[in-house]
Design a protein around this ligand. Structure first.
Ligand code: PMP
Length: 355
């Protein structure tokens, strides 16, 4: 089965028609067969190459979906302002969408974020307001400041990625159908971690509906997130404790996006940072894929789910973004030591930590 896929390597289908600008280039990403892990497990493990989106991450889909939905509903008119509270990929996706569709982009972010992210957003033409990094309950939290800023302007919207379900809808309409088509409907499991929950809820709902419930959809959770215990305890929300090196995932509440699907997940897996960091290095070494930590966590989870579903099963997950945005951490010996993670990376792979 594994070698069968190998034989098809140069039969890749190429896009037949040009696409319309940034908007047209979002989505239709390849589904990558992860050969080494598939052969090791006797299963078929696939990763959806979301790092190939034009803004570099899975969040391009949500950013575009939210803006197109707002346009369709007449919530925003040409020349308007789009405001979001975000520390990363959604802001980058929105900044691209705003440039390409002629909107002003305003981003509120916690002042704990790296200078690289602030610089990138500003280079993409966004106005960036770093604000104190305080909890959601505090009115000075970046999300609330974004909402208030938008409320005071004419022709402006707060995109509200966590609770705006146009985010989930973007994945229901694109990511889910693409994976279904790319696996020809032969998919036993889908699993990914969640930040807003849009990717899991939209992709998961489509796959579950389309397969008539045959495709199991699981949630993967990093340390410091409450969703694994929420699912496994039958719906009890505990206080958030602990933290993770993974960025962009983990959640302390049931967002509106997650609410549309969380009670339909088949199960949840908790993935510790030690396994995620080791997978960042393994993917680089064995597949030549330079992935961020949330992608690596997803791959660990896909392997564990495939093993649960049994030999010969097919499982897909999301490769959310590349390591470029995190490399000063993930590939720094000093940082790995400070996090106590150096020894989690197999000795023969530590040579990649060159920073
Ligand atoms: N990985 C990364 C790197 C992200 O930035 C995000 C979005 N915060 C996710 C995964 C999770 O995606 P979603 O918001 O759709 O749950």
């Amino acid at each position: 089965m594994a070698s069968g896929l190998g034989r098809q390597i140069f039969k890749r289908t190429f896009a037949s028609r040009p696409v319309d600008g940034f908007t047209g280039a979002v989505g239709n990403t390849p589904l990558i067969y992860l050969k080494g892990l598939s052969e090791k497990t006797g299963c078929r493990i696939f990763g959806k190459a979301e790092f190939q989106n034009p803004g570099g991450s899975v969040k391009d889909r949500a950013a575009l979906g939210i803006v197109l939905d707002a346009e369709k509903r007449g919530r925003i008119k040409p020349g308007g302002t789009i405001v979001e509270g975000t520390a990363g990929n959604t802001g980058i996706g929105l900044a691209h969408v705003c440039r390409s569709r002629g909107y002003r982009c305003v981003i509120f972010m916690p002042n704990s974020q790296s200078q690289e992210k602030i610089d990138l957003l500003r280079m993409l033409g966004a106005e960036v307001y770093p604000v104190p990094a305080v909890a959601y309950e505090n009115p000075k939290n970046y999300n609330h400041q974004a909402r208030e800023f938008a409320e005071e302007l004419e022709n402006a919207i707060w995109t509200d990625q966590f609770d705006n379900t146009a985010n989930t809808e973007a994945h229901y309409q694109t990511t889910g159908p693409e994976i279904w088509e790319q696996t020809e409907g032969k998919l036993d499991g889908f699993i990914c971690a969640t930040g807003t929950g849009g990717t899991l809820a939209g992709t998961g709902r489509f796959l579950k509906e389309k397969s008539g419930g045959k495709t199991q959809v699981w949630l993967a959770d990093p340390p410091g997130s409450v969703l694994h215990s929420y699912v496994t305890s039958g719906g009890k929300l505990k206080d958030r404790t602990g933290s993770s090196i993974t960025e962009g995932i983990g959640q302390g509440r049931i967002t509106d996006n997650l609410r549309t699907f969380v009670n339909d997940v088949s199960g949840a897996l908790h993935i510790p940072d030690e396994k995620s960091i080791a997978m960042v290095y393994e993917m680089l070494d064995t597949e030549g894929l330079y992935l961020g930590a949330s992608s690596a966590l997803n791959v660990v989870a896909a392997v564990e789910l495939a093993q649960k579903l049994g030999k010969g099963s097919t499982v897909a997950t999301i490769l959310c973004d590349g390591a470029y945005r995190y490399q000063s951490r993930l590939f720094s010996k000093k940082w790995l030591q400070a996090k106590g993670l150096e020894n989690s990376i197999p000795e023969h792979l530590r040579k990649y930590a060159v920073l």
